[in-house]
Design a protein around this ligand. Structure first.
Ligand code: CA
Length: 233
């Protein structure tokens, strides 16, 4: 399991990042100050660093420079978070050694895709492209879904929804959490939209006597049934 360290002083953002990264299956640590992060990174470097530009204690840019100067972290994958309108600073960020940057406010699915892409490049063994549960197989790379030997055709939203749910079997997500994780925070859609897409996903994935992998939890939301994989395998 890949370990991700988030260094971000805006606590609400840090929490959302943690939540989404954990939902993807990463082990997450957070740090609110640049100088603390510097100390922590000397002790045990993670597999990937999400680093904010402006931080108390030590700026993201300075921390980046220090990390690149140390042998243990010279190749640590770093995604820098910058505020809108810091274009020239962003370029400075890249020349200082960040591997990628994302401009705030960003969409969570986009950042997750960047994290995945970077880990796939740097630590391929930690990021599997195939998600499997019972007779369902989802390939993140080719965006293909199969059930038994049947190809399942899903729209892009249904695909992301299934991927999101499959990443955390058994975990119950509220409609709001699904909107954040699948549609992204910046998009305005009604919570009932979630029900519509879950309905479409079910229709596409279940045929005849197929067991429904998606559990509706009354009053709470939906989850990928953790009994499902055990039941079929
Ligand atoms: Ca900041």
């Amino acid at each position: 399991m890949a370990r991700v360290l988030i260094v971000e002083d805006e606590e609400p953002l840090s929490l959302v990042l943690r939540y989404n990264l954990e939902a993807e299956g990463y082990e997450v640590e957070t740090c609110l100050r640049g100088d603390e992060a510097d100390t922590r990174l000397k002790e045990s470097p993670p597999d990937l660093l999400v680093l904010d530009w402006m931080l108390p204690g030590l700026s993201g840019i300075e921390l980046c420079r220090r990390l690149r100067a140390r042998q243990e972290t010279e190749r640590l994958p770093i995604i820098m978070l910058t505020a809108r309108g810091e274009e020239s600073e962003r370029i400075r960020g890249l020349s200082t050694g960040a591997d990628d940057y994302v401009v705030k406010p960003f969409s969570m699915p986009e950042l997750m895709a960047r994290v995945r892409a970077m880990l796939r490049r740097t630590r391929p063994e930690l990021v599997s492209t195939l998600l499997r549960a019972g007779d369902i197989e989802l390939d993140r790379e080719t965006h293909r879904v199969r059930r038994s030997n049947r190809e399942v055709h899903l729209g892009p939203t249904e695909f992301r929804l299934l991927e999101f749910l499959m990443q955390s079997p058994g975990r119950v997500f509220s409609r709001e959490q699904l909107l954040d994780g699948v549609w992204g925070r910046d998009v305005y859609v009604d919570e009932r939209t979630v029900d519509v897409h879950v309905g479409r996903l079910r229709k596409a994935i279940n045929r005849g006597r197929d067991k429904d992998p998606i559990r509706t939890v009354r009053g709470s939301g939906y989850s990928f049934d953790d009994q499902f994989a055990g039941a079929v395998v």
